[in-house]
Design a protein around this ligand. Sequence first.
Ligand code: NAD
Ligand code: LMR
Length: 333
Amino acid sequence: MTKAVVLGAAGGIGQPLALLLKANPLVTELGLFDIVNTPGVAADLSHIATPAKVEGYLPPDDGLAKALKGADIVVIPAGVPRKPGMTRDDLFKINAGIIRDLATGIATSAPKAFVLVISNPVNSTVPIVAEVFKKHGVFDPKKLFGVTTLDVVRASTFVSEVIGDLSKAPSVVVPVVGGHSGVTIVPLLSQSSHPLPSSYSSSELEALTYRIQFGGDEVVKAKDGAGSATLSMAYAGAEFAAKVLKAISGEKGVIAPSYVHLSADKAGGDALKKELGKDLDYFSTNVEIGPEGVVKINSLGKLTDYEQSLVQAAIPELATNIEKGVTFIGTPK
Ligand code: NAD
Ligand code: LMR
């Protein structure tokens, strides 16, 4: 029996994500929470012939606590999306408070659940959740994940386009490390499972790197004020959640990229900090996940000089974003 919960389930990401979770046979219960429309979304999904029993909740009558009761995995796409001209950090003002309140609900109603944070700015919202959990004495770094899968999905797609064969997209694997905003998104294209053409120039490599780093802007611009990536994010979120669900069910060797607290695996985290040359608390890299959460934080592997420079460029912004989230909650060290 595995219960998945979506907080922000009536939104642009929340609805298709809830659909994909309803379609996942490992989910037997699906709790949907939002400040609007969840009864309708739940009624709609509940007619789909898959195992998950679906229930929708709104804030009155302890709806959040009811939705979270018995949760094994909580996915959070609640909050406002970007409009053209905004950075993800511009969303902090509104989303920080939303995430703080939802994290408080999780800390009291489902403190042992795996928590997957999609809401932006991810680099700061994940530290917010951690600090709230610390305040409640329930922080387990092994079970808190910032969802950076969309960057990896984009890298697979864009590399397959460069290779000229979209049919390869599902099998192209490119590690993307760092965080989830602009220069903090660092694709390690030298480690792509499918190498770039030998004729690929350094300016082409820089352009491809930029496209992966700023892929979110392409969608924000194309939607022209109607929000940011929702469908590709739901796909990516469901892909990451599916891996977590497999790990919870006991499957071994589940590896996924995620933005995690580096104490989730002390040895791996310390080794990573050495590679970075900086004592950061959070970083996204491939992590191995087991039934109790993060088992191993993987190293970045061999980087080119260009990739090393991208990592170094990401560090100051990441440090600022992390500090902003921590300060917002203000847990004494
Ligand atoms: P949206 O506006 O379509 O949906 C957000 C939903 O959150 C709405 O249904 C809203 O009612 C709900 N909500 C607001 N306050 C809430 C609260 N206190 N409790 C519960 N629900 C609440 O937005 P969207 O396009 O689905 O994007 C959601 C978030 O995901 C944004 O912050 C966006 O930037 C982020 N995002 C992250 C990634 C990523 O890669 N991590 C990708 C795309 C979008
Ligand atoms: C994305 O990468 O598409 C999301 O983080 C949404 C955004 O604001 O770009």
